[in-house]
Ligand binder design. Sequence first.
Ligand code: XIL
Length: 417
Amino acid sequence: MMRKVLFGAAMAAVMFLAGCGGGDEPFTPPPGNGGPPPSQLPSPSTAPALKASLAAKFGVVNFPIGAAIEPASTLNADAPLLLKHFSSITAENAMKPLNIWPNMPNTAPAQPAASPNFVEADVIANFAAANGIRLRGHTLVWHQSAPSWLFVGDLNNSANYHAALLQHLRTYITAVMGRYPEVYAWDVVNEAATDTPNAANPYRTDSLWYQAYQQFAARPGGEYVIDAFRIASEVRGTLSNPGMKLMLNDYNTELPGKRANVLKIVQDVINAGVPIDGVGHQFHLQVGADVAQVTAAFTAVEAISTTLVNHVTELDVSIYADPGTCYAQGTIPPCLPDYGASPPQSVLSQQATLYRALFNAFNRPSVQSVSLWGIADNHTWLNTYPVARTNRPLLFDTARDPKWAFWTVVDPSITVP
Ligand code: XIL
């Protein structure tokens, strides 16, 4: 590790001298011990491509290593990072139902807009296609992004109402999956599981989907998940992309009690005889996370069926080890106080060490895609969630340069200060 740091510094010195006219000036070592202070990061210019490092580490050619992006990232200074380091892209928001197909304004009962709006999502899909980057689909069904036209129907007649919901689901899923047939994995349903640990009813009930399906006396509210997977698999059958994976995506699968709920839902879909290809683990983690539980999340999915795959879909590592109450309250306290613009090195070092352990845990055949929820620390949802506060959760810093977290992932010989 120290060897690596010194090597990086030596390279930088060589490059500096070369830039000054052939290296014929005598090299004056810096004061002190002649080497960089131990806290010095290797030069950004020496950074290998993340995608190449991970493909080599995992022994998988073109392993999908992704980032969630907004359309702007295809045009601004994010684009070179995407091109160099990432082999997969997810739309951070552009493919969510409220963005693609909102209500038609001023309609009651709600009607869908005359046609879906693919403008923003197309920017991302076109950038991916033009640059040989794979596209992950996020997400078809999510309680937080559900336009109300989806739920309109005859509430007094269960059969009719179910038929209406099915028709809306089919209309939406057919349009969106059909627009992006190249997607290699869809989060068909996002966040269907309840947070109540080991719940008898594994579904979250604060979902318009759950509540709509509760109108059918004979059906448990969670059956919308089965319907969504059934329709998605039928639509997949019409696209010439049989390798497309249909996934159930959720957060906190690293917590055993939440994980049990997610797995029950997977089992419900399987028991219904409906195709499901795997589980997306969001892994919005924080420093101090237990990597053994990350591995346990993968093995639990593997144990259901060896045909199921695991995707890491929204990885980030908050620099705050907040208590659970922080997420419910969204205030400081109980959320930890803001570090401000310059978080302590000790926390960034802790984060880097965790990132290394995580990517070691991701090195198993069932894990077939890893995506971060952002590119660089200049743009992250964690600056506003669960509370407005500076966060630094990704592998690249606010200047888009590699952090210690990047170096620990790509270089096993590097040690953090
Ligand atoms: C987040 C986006 O990052 C934010 O920009 C948006 O305001 C809310 O959604 N789990 C998910 C993602 O599945 O879709 C969420 O993305 C983060 C949590």
